[in-house]
Design a protein around this ligand. Sequence first.
Ligand code: OGA
Ligand code: MN
Length: 314
Amino acid sequence: LKLFETNLTGEFFIMKVEIKYPNQEFFATVSEIDIKCISDDDFLKLEKVINSYGVTVIKDQKVNDEHQIEFSKKFGELEISIGTNTKKENNPYIKPQISRISNVDIRTNEMIPPNDHKVIFDRGNNVWHTDSSFKPIPAKFSILSAREIPEEGGGTEFIDACYALETWKNNNRKYSLEDIKEAITEHSIVYSRMQNTGDIFNDKFKTDMPFVKQRLVRTHPYTKRSAFYAGSHCSHIIGWDKDEGRNLINEINDWVINSGEIASHKWNSGEVVIWDNRRVQHRGTGFDESKYRRIMHRTTVAGDKPSYEEHVNI
Ligand code: OGA
Ligand code: MN
């Protein structure tokens, strides 16, 4: 189903949908819904919008963790956060389904110093990536809610890796899509953070988070369009010379961010943004962590199976 309309009239609500890049069917903004009490009918429409456009901004929401989890569970099973200060079992301050991206200590409500490992870890999000590609079953949707935003900076950018794949064939490349469409890569968050933030992990984290296999090209089950699937966690290609594979991954990562337009989102407090990790990459734009507070809470909808079990159709 293609949704080009700007107004989808529901049975109970009128959901307003605006598309930023209609030629790419990329980046929707939805208003006039309340995710705390969304009807089943509107939920189905919203899910179609998210599947169709990759990123969906939902304006004017005021949600707490319970609301966010309740809403997120409608899309499927939720991941348990690996977040450095949220993962502890029986943590009374935060639910395990919430990834807190923040320089504010949840226990004290005080700012965390910029050289603290938690702040450094979160800064790793400022490199283009797709969430949880370092897990054996990678994430489907991420649902990020702005609880407190800095006065300056702290935006989030998105890019369409589907558009990047569809425009790859127009270029004079060493490898065609045919050559690489069945390639299997390995991803690791220890690898990516080592590149971007330095060694901030203990041995237990390193052994708990080994390399996992992912497809380099994934076909979206709803749109049937394919996208590159790489980003910062993607290290090398199985069965390839390591440098040759890494060069190709770098070339793809480069093309992903240079092929289409970067959608830059400036947050309003209370907004919720949902993105499809199977199709888009994202990154934080950074902010002055010594000066401003930023509190973002993410829920993450788990995928259905390992990506290498998926079929690719180009
Ligand atoms: C995330 C993420 C970027 C940001 O929550 O997965 O990468 O701007 N966030 O906080
Ligand atoms: Mn992320």
